[in-house]
Design a protein around this ligand. Structure first.
Ligand code: ADP
Length: 269
């Protein structure tokens, strides 16, 4: 007989099976827990400005206030309305993105150029938040097949995080490109709060946010890196994260397109 239903081999297979089932159940529970946390965080973010608005409106209705006081209450109300608007826009943008992921159209581009254009577009916004960007393009062209808009979303998420998780007033960020064998590699490096080994394994999962003080102080839904990973992989790329002695480094790689099939040039007819 090839296989017996007794003995150590069978027992080992059974235990392995039980272990795998147990692990996937735990993962599912963990995912549900995070989704629950996300919903609670999102509804809490909505509830706070709503109760503030109610309180201010009721006060305006019920009390005789000086013109000056009224104006300051109305300014406060406008501020809370802005907050609500920003929050609902971020939620909408995320769900639109998740739905639109199927429409990625890869084309041949030089990764140096795509990254350079993307950085140039975001430079002023990031500088206003205290960031100093250092772009180090590769000394060689990096022909890859990707959708520039989808790629720009990926890179802007990484840049946004690099700045968001750098609490110090000066926020240096490096964007380095290089060729590594048959891959084009791009890295985004910051000197921010950094990541622990345990966090590194989870940050790409949906709704995950590190549970520390600095993260709680920033706004986020824990979906950015999940989108980064999904979009990158849809374009045939890979993404990873590294913890540095100070700060973090995120890497993207895309397979280099064959040197024999360059971008088709447009010739005049
Ligand atoms: P969020 O909306 O919370 O920023 P992300 O999916 O972009 O969601 O990131 C998930 C978590 O990973 C963040 O909450 C943060 O704790 C951690 N993280 C992401 N980028 C960085 C970074 N550059 N430095 C330190 N921690 C980071």
């Amino acid at each position: 007989r090839m296989f017996s239903y007794e003995g150590p081999f069978f027992l080992a297979v059974m235990l392995l099976g039980l272990y795998i089932i147990g692990r996937s159940l735990r993962r599912e529970q963990e995912f549900k827990r995070r989704q629950q946390n996300f919903l609670m965080a999102a509804s809490h973010e909505f509830r706070t400005p709503i109760s503030t608005l109610r309180l201010l409106a009721q006060t305006l209705q019920m009390r005789e206030l000086s013109r000056e006081k009224q104006l300051s209450y109305l300014t406060h109300m406008t501020h809370e309305i802005d907050r609500l608007e920003d929050l609902s826009e971020r939620l909408l943008a995320t769900s639109r993105l998740v739905q639109g992921l199927g429409q990625i159209k890869p084309e041949r581009h030089d990764l140096n150029q795509v990254a350079g254009r993307c950085l140039a577009r975001q430079q002023s916004t990031l500088m206003a938040r205290g960031a100093t960007l250092h772009l180090e393009p590769a000394p060689v062209p990096l022909p890859v097949d990707l959708d520039p808009e989808a790629f720009s979303l990926v890179l802007s998420n990484l840049l946004d995080n690099a700045v968001k998780y750098s609490p110090q007033p000066q926020k240096p960020v490096w964007v380095r490109l290089r060729r590594e064998g048959e891959q084009a590699v791009l890295e985004v490096e910051d000197r921010g709060v950094g990541l622990s080994k345990g966090d590194l394994q989870q940050i790409f999962e949906p709704f995950f946010r590190v549970g520390d003080e600095q993260t709680r102080r920033t706004r986020g839904l824990g979906l950015g890196l999940y989108l980064v990973k999904n979009i990158t992989e849809l374009m045939g790329g890979r993404v990873w994260a590294e913890a540095l002695p100070q700060g973090s480094r995120f890497g993207l790689s895309f397979p280099l397109a064959e040197a024999h099939s360059p971008v088709p040039e447009r010739r005049p007819a």
